[in-house]
Every structure is written in C-alpha cells, then in structure tokens.
Design a protein around this ligand. Structure first.
Ligand code: DUC
Ligand code: ZN
Ligand code: ZN
Length: 457
C-alpha cells in the first residue's frame, strides 16, 4: 500500500515543518514539499501534527504482582498503546531467582507477547542474580537483540545485592549496553512498613509515607557510586523527585553517563491522591509513589532543560477488585497504574500546550531519545526516508476527558480520570499500515518483535 500524507506539520527533535510524507509498504520513502501523489492514496493531514510513532520504554503487561496478574496483557495493553500513538513498547521480561537462566525468562515473555500485539514490541531483561554463566547469557541476549537490562534495588523476588549489581553493571558497560534501575532502599522501607503496621496504620494513605523520597534518592546515590566504580552508564527509571534528580545531576557533573526516565503520573499528580476517601487512594498505589507538587515542578523543569531523556509509563494496571486485595493492609495492594493510552496526549496537553516543553522536545522524549537509547534509531524514532512508517497523526484541536468508562484498558479505574485532553490521536500508521483511523482501532495484532542494536546516545 502507498500513502501520501499531505500538508501535515512534521516534527523532529530539531524542528517542525509543513511537509508531505510518502509511505510505501512498511517504510517512509520520501519527506518533502509538494510531493506528487502518483498512484499513492492521498490523505489530507493539514492542521495535524505528525510525530514519529511514540516509543514506551517501560511497560509491564501480563505481570504477576502481589499474588495477582495485571489486568492488561499484551493483547489489551498494546491496543490501548497504539490508540494512544505508541507504536513500539519495550516490556520488562524477568529472570526468576534460584538458578534460572535469562533465556528461560525471555522465552516466558515471548510466549506472553508473540502473536498478541497490536504495536511492535521488544523486552528489556531483568537480571536478578549473578552466577558463572551470567556473562555469556548477557552476550546471548545481545545476540537476540535484547540490548537493555533492568535491575531492582527493592522487591524480594527481584532485588540484586551490591556485589551482583557491580558485576552486572561492569559487564554491561563493557558490552556497550546499560541497565535501567528501580531505585528504592528496600531495608529502610521494610522498617517503615513494620512501624506503620505496629501502629495500626493500614490504609493507602500510608503508602507514600513508607516509601519516602529520601529512600529513592539514597538508592539513586548508591547506584551511581557503584556504576562509577564499574565504569558503566546507567538509567534511573521512573525518577519521581527533586532529591533523586539532584543525585543524577551530581553524578553527571562528575562526568558520569546517567540517563533518566520519568512518567506522566509523577508530572501530573501529587500525593494528596492517597488520602481520597473510600479506598480510592489504592488506585494510585505504585512504586515509587506519587510525590509532591514541588517534585512535579522540578521534573517539568528538568524536561525543559533536557536533563531527563524520556517519559515512559510504567504501565501496570489492576482492577478495583484487585486493588481491594489490600483493603485491610496497604502493603498488599498490587502496585501500578495504567498509562499507555494517554502518555502522548497528556504530554501534549499539559506540556506543549501549557508552554512547559516544545513539541520538538516532546518528539525527543517520546520518540527520538528512546529510539537512540534502545538501539532502534533511525529505523524508529524519526520521520525520514528509510525509516519504518510508524506515524502518529495528532489533532491539536480535538478535546476529550479521560474516563475509565471509555478507555481501552481492561480496568475499571484510571488515575487520570476527569483530566481534560486538548488534543487527540487521529490516525496511527504502524510500519505503513493504517491501524488507528479517526481515533478508532481498525487493524489489530500487526505488531512484531523488534531485535535491537546497541544504544546510540
Ligand atoms: N512499580 C509498580 O508500581 N508496579 C510494577 C513495578 C514497579 O516497579
Ligand atoms: Zn520499577
Ligand atoms: Zn516498572
């Protein structure tokens, strides 16, 4: 199929220009002014803004958390993603503790995802322990196109000790790869949870109190000291607060290569959500927790200075019935929020339209930078000849209100419920196929596994 998208505003990380885009098969073949249509189907996109397909480098679909499984799997989750303009997700696959291989973990995640996805997909590999085979296994992952990894500094099933962390980071650094790290101080959080329980404080309003910003910042600091010793670049994933951000900036000032990711919930919500009545605070339970207004301000400023490289979602959704598993004990509430459907429209509405970031910066945060970080640039992340025709046609005039009654997730709650969107995703092309048209999903399950190269950032 050949399409000619006429007169849209084509955005890159550097500039926005009114141009035509010619798509043939899966690729963009030409970008320019007044391109002749020849036998291509012409689509008038004047007044629309064209972004490279958004890339979400942080999702959890079909993941077991706190004795239950996320409400959205790869099928429902990637439908929501593509409706929101995300054409490529990178989900976190995980090794199991107790002598299991990375390959076993990866095979498990392929089984969850293969043939079910409505957008393209890949995996980061979570490494939970080090043994004599880990170096070779990392190389095998890289050969399979898995070039980014994840380490957890919390959660009993995933936590890596400092010794293993050092060895893993050092190996990744030598390979030209890096790990995204979940930074929270597990030991102190356990102690704060024990105190809360002893005092009979069992409601969701206690969740942010037992996982304070200082304990995220401490873990970021420790990670960066270890990464320095290992001579390895790292990414702090889901960065939430000012103190943790200052640790990142401090390490950079010392010459370290540190990437940072944040998420819409940390930019747009504050910790008052945890005090909502009738157990509604449970909807917002995620780790790290949602922070304070001053932390939001810090994160927005960091985006505008380009000190944070990407905005991902940490999509990890549960129904209210699942959240109610923690009705009598907030530590049993499965942690996570849905987000893949509204990341782009929220960032455009509250970032670009409110003058906090430019649309070119939005393009870097959602498309160009993750493509470079995760080794798929310029196949993805840019609207240029030779690139995959992953194209988001955003309508800057459309208005809507986020609601669980209309969203595509398999959940009955939405953390952004009631928030106004001052734009809409009109069309999405996935490798040249029109998959979303007039805001509706018209083609499903065209997503394929994308083998990735090494970072280019
Ligand atoms: N945090 C969450 O809230 N859910 C899934 C994983 C994570 O790190
Ligand atoms: Zn995490
Ligand atoms: Zn996560």
């Amino acid at each position: 199929m050949k399409y000619l998208l006429k007169n849209g505003t084509v955005v890159t990380g550097e500039k926005s220009e009114q141009l035509d885009i010619l798509v043939e098969g899966e690729k963009i073949v030409q970008v320019g002014k007044n391109l002749p249509s020849e036998e291509a189907q012409e689509i008038d996109v004047s007044g629309k803004i064209l972004f490279p397909g958004f890339i979400d480098g942080h999702t959890h679909f079909d993941l077991e958390v706190a004795g239950t499984v996320t409400a959205d799997d790869f099928e429902t989750g990637t439908k929501a993603a593509i409706l929101g303009g995300t054409t490529f997700v990178i989900d976190y696959a995980s090794q199991d503790k107790g002598g299991h291989t990375l390959k076993e973990g990866l095979d498990k995640w392929h089984k969850k995802a293969d043939d079910k996805c409505s957008c393209d997909y890949s995996f980061h590999m979570s490494i939970v322990e080090w043994n004599e085979n880990t170096e070779q296994e990392i190389q095998d992952m890289i050969d399979h196109g898995i070039t980014s990894f994840k380490l957890y500094m919390t959660y009993p099933a995933m936590i890596v000790n400092d010794c293993d962390m050092y060895k893993i980071l050092k190996k990744l650094g030598k390979c030209g790869c890096f790990a995204g790290v979940h930074c929270e101080n597990a030991g102190v959080i356990d102690a704060l949870i024990a105190e809360a329980k002893k005092e009979g404080r069992l409601g969701p309003e206690n969740h942010p109190l037992v996982r304070p910003d200082t304990m995220e910042a401490e873990a970021v600091h420790r990670l960066l000291v270890i990464a320095r010793e290992a001579d390895a670049p790292v990414m702090v994933v889901h960065l939430t607060n000012k103190k943790a951000f200052e640790e990142v900036m401090h390490a950079r000032a010392n010459g370290q290569k540190v990437y940072a990711e944040t998420c819409p919930q940390y930019l747009l919500l504050d910790d008052s959500v945890y005090t909502k009545p009738d157990f509604q605070g449970a909807v917002y339970v995620c780790a790290p927790p949602i922070r304070k207004k001053e932390d939001q301000d810090c994160l927005w400023e960091a985006l505008s200075r380009e000190d944070i490289q990407t905005v991902a979602t940490d999509q990890c959704s549960f129904t209210l019935a699942q959240k109610a598993l923690g009705k009598d004990d907030f530590t049993k509430i499965p942690g996570g929020l849905p987000g893949v459907q509204t990341r782009g429209t929220l960032l455009y509405t509250y970032g670009v339209k409110e003058g906090r970031i430019t649309q070119e910066q939005m393009c870097k945060l959602l498309s160009e930078n993750p493509a470079k970080l995760y080794g798929v640039y310029p196949q993805k992340g840019v609207l240029a000849p030779g690139s995959d025709a992953d194209i988001v046609v955003l309508d800057p005039e459309k208005e809507s209100v986020i609601s669980a009654a209309t969203h595509a997730y398999n959940t009955d709650n939405n953390p952004f419920e009631g928030m106004r969107l001052r734009c809409g995703i009109d069309k999405v092309f996935l490798r040249g196929s029109l998959t979303v048209d007039d805001g509706r999903l018209v083609k499903e399950k065209l997503g394929k596994y994308i083998a990735r190269g090494k970072k280019q950032m």
